[in-house]
Design a protein around this ligand. Structure first.
Ligand code: ATP
Ligand code: MN
Length: 350
């Protein structure tokens, strides 16, 4: 990534990691960014004087040369699309767990996506922080105030972030969007629909999953291990502020979520809960070690492990449901009220 933006002058190559280093590996470079000296050239006019570097994820020897090159067949290139997009030109073009709907795709069985996360993860090495706004499709038979079968999913994946960074970024995301809306001409519409609207207070209240379980028990919701939609919403309503619900047990969360070093039964995960709606964002750190990931899902999605072999790095990401965000912001009772043509169970038209 860095070498595309500027020249990198590096010392300390005569060491073991320097000798085994292969293309597509991930490294961290520490140093000073300076304008290039008079008469010299570099993309962007800057170079990085590197004092120290560190190997983060080693790729197999030979990089991707054995997989594909510019002369490879189009099908080979497309099968290895997650590697192709790391190329300088292809990346320039880009700069401009549950139930699926099946479909017949020119005779091939295919599925409508429920998330763009895997695709975004393959973009990290080429693009750095990435986001995507696209439709996601969920085929669960959910009959609640907040479930659609087709919704607008705002997703992001961010390399080299920590769990703490992820929580901070979600706070920034929600507060920054609210700030912008309140400064825009749409602010009047917001207050027309939701006269009592108050922007969320920072920092958001943090609550561990185990604390939520205890809260529910204390308030007579009984013993639960996986909190259903209604109690989650009632708890959020009664606390009546934004909650970062943290560290869910691994067995009720997706296989790709990173576990906590301090307690491997828990994940580095977070849901953002809002009064009246409950969960509006789900996020987590992702397992970034190829072996660990393989173990976690027993060889289910190959592209995902493959991606981590060639230069992995610690990263996290999240998905925000736009319609749930609007349901909260505009204080609507049912999510269908914020959709142009809502699609949910038993509602396919118009
Ligand atoms: P829930 O527990 O409410 O079914 P989820 O945990 O399955 O949601 P995620 O897979 O974490 O949802 O998806 C990320 C975000 O996408 C959610 O936080 C939510 O805002 C939104 N979302 C998920 N499913 C739906 C749905 N059926 N309708 C509308 N928005 C949804
Ligand atoms: Mn979720």
């Amino acid at each position: 990534m860095v070498s595309e933006l500027m020249n990198v002058c590096c010392v300390q190559c005569q060491c073991y990691n320097g000798l085994v280093l292969s293309t597509e590996s991930t490294v961290a470079l520490y140093g000073t960014v300076k304008p290039v000296p008079e008469g010299k050239q570099a993309p962007g006019g800057h170079e990085l004087l590197c004092d120290f570097w560190e190997l983060i994820g080693l790729a197999p020897a030979g990089g991707t040369d054995n997989l594909l090159n510019e002369e490879s067949d189009v099908d080979v290139q497309l099968n290895n699309r997650h590697m192709m997009i790391r190329g300088v030109n292809v990346s320039k073009i880009l700069k401009g767990g549950s139930t699926l709907f099946g479909l017949n795709y020119f005779g091939e069985n295919a599925f409508l996506t429920q998330s763009s996360q895997l695709y975004l993860e393959t973009c990290i090495p080429a693009l750095g922080d990435t986001f995507c706004i696209a439709q996601s499709y969920r085929a669960e038979q959910s009959r609640t105030r907040r479930h659609l079968s087709e919704y607008t999913h705002i997703e992001a994946e961010c390399p080299f972030m920590s769990y703490e960074d992820l929580l901070k970024r979600l706070e920034d995301l929600v507060c920054d969007v609210v700030d912008r809306v309140l400064k825009s001409p749409a602010a009047q519409l917001l207050y027309d629909l939701n006269p009592d609207f108050k922007p969320p207070k920072r920092p958001f209240k943090r609550m561990n999953y185990t604390e939520a379980i205890a809260w529910l028990k204390e308030h007579n919701f009984g013993e639960v291990c996986d909190i259903p939609e209604a109690p989650e919403r009632l708890m959020t309503d009664s606390i009546n502020e934004t909650i970062l619900l943290c560290r869910f047990p691994a067995e009720i969360k997706s296989f790709y979520m990173q576990r906590r070093a301090e307690d491997r039964r828990l994940t580095e995960s977070v849901d953002v809960l809002m009064p009246n709606v409950g969960e509006i964002v789900g996020g987590s750190m992702r397992i970034w070690d190829a072996e660990e990931l393989l173990e976690a899902y027993k060889r289910r999605v190959i592209v995902c492990v493959f991606q981590r072999k060639f230069g992995t790095c610690p990263h996290g990401g999240y998905g925000l449901g736009l319609e749930r965000f609007l349901t909260w912001l505009l204080n609507r009772h049912h999510i269908r009220d914020v959709c142009l043509y809502p699609r949910f169970i038993q509602r396919c038209r118009p």
